[in-house]
Design a protein around this ligand. Structure first.
Ligand code: FE2
Length: 365
């Protein structure tokens, strides 16, 4: 079957923020992103300020509104800072819109041509869970830096910030309400042509207190992976429910970023103040008997708090940040894959117990 929605790559991820200028500093100093582009009053954009940040193949756009009662400011008022748009590069943005809307997608932006002296892009967008959207970007006729309206901002980047080795987006996870996972799994399958890679139920992902269910959807090339979580009934409030309570709707829970050297990357991120979840020492005591032989030194992994899991194809190393907002909503995963194509199922229990300890401190368990 031919793919009716060939997605070339994740073009960018856009965050709506209360103060994009300051958030941009956090991602530069903390995560090692480089400021490369800017749009705002100085570029005749009187509606919003946007900062384009890049590292490896990853592109983040941080956007704030200049005014109240705007779409952006209402989004921030309701959700706090968070992911608004996961944009995909496509060959034909009009066709992408037509094919998905024909299959039930709710339109957000009809195809529109935007141009400047560097050529033009065509943009269109559809809604996904909560107030999140997917934009389709057709940029084959555009030679500029990023998008029309953006200017080179590399001269505004602070001096001396080195990257932290982050290379690409591995996957992006959505949290949806209880009973809604299948609805969104069907959306990604029927409307966007994704297929299901993996499935976890509450027997895989549960602790004494909390549980969740998850299905991993991927596009036809397998390059774009979007797990969808829903809470499962447990004795106490699950991390998914906590997210939904604070984000006030479904939304993006975490973004996993790849590195070719997780020990160096995480040590660097910690030096810069990025906070990570920790697991008890006991996790490392029987690590090798659980995952088999690995290249890394267990003591070093323990020192940094990195988790390991193995599947039929190899193993992976991963670690999870604490939420990057005051609301316990979005967080990041840092992942290094050594063959493994799965998501660290063997770490779910240790990880969720770690999140529960954080919830306990927040009084939200
Ligand atoms: Fe993940």
């Amino acid at each position: 079957m031919t793919d009716f929605l060939p997605l070339k790559r994740i073009d960018y991820i856009e965050f709506y923020c209360g103060n994009a200028k300051q958030s941009a500093m956090y991602y530069q100093h903390g995560f090692g992103f480089k400021l490369t582009g800017y749009s705002g009053l100085e570029t005749k954009n009187s509606a919003s300020a946007s900062y384009l940040l890049e590292q490896g193949k990853i592109r983040f756009v941080l956007t704030s509104s200049y005014s109240d009662n705007t779409f952006i400011s209402e989004h921030v008022k309701k959700h706090g800072d968070g992911v608004f748009d996961i944009a995909f590069e496509v060959d034909d943005a009009a066709k992408s819109f037509e094919e998905t809307v024909k299959r039930g997608a709710v339109p957000f932006l009809e195809p529109v041509k935007i141009e400047d002296e560097n050529g033009y892009v065509v943009k269109s967008a559809i809604r996904t869970f909560g107030d999140t959207i997917h934009t389709f970007i057709e940029r084959k006729n555009y030679k500029g830096l990023f998008l029309p309206g953006f200017i080179d901002a590399s001269n505004r980047a602070p001096a001396g910030i080195k990257d932290t080795g982050l290379r690409s987006v591995d996957h992006m996870v959505g949290n949806v309400e209880l009973g809604k996972m299948m609805h969104w799994v069907k959306f990604y399958a029927d409307t966007m042509g994704f297929n299901q890679l993996l499935s976890f139920d509450d027997k895989d992902i549960s602790t004494e207190y909390t549980a969740l269910m998850s299905k991993v959807m991927q596009n036809s090339t397998g390059k774009i992976k979007m797990p969808i979580n829903e809470p499962a009934p447990g004795k106490k409030k699950s991390q998914i429910e906590e997210y939904l309570d604070f984000y006030k709707s479904p939304g993006i829970q975490h973004i996993a970023l790849t590195t070719p050297d997780i020990l160096t990357t995480v040590a660097e991120l910690k030096n810069r103040g990025i906070e990570f979840l920790t697991v008890p020492k006991t996790y490392y005591e029987d690590l090798i008997s659980r995952v088999g032989k690995i290249d890394e030194d267990v003591k070093e992994l323990e020192g940094t708090g990195i988790l390991v899991d193995r599947d039929d194809d190899g193993y992976l190393l991963q670690i999870f940040s604490k939420p990057v907002e005051d609301r316990p909503t979005l967080f990041f995963e840092i992942i290094q894959r050594k063959g493994a194509r799965s998501f660290g199922k063997g770490n779910f229990k240790a990880l969720f117990e770690s999140i529960e300890r954080e919830q306990e401190l927040r009084g939200t368990l």
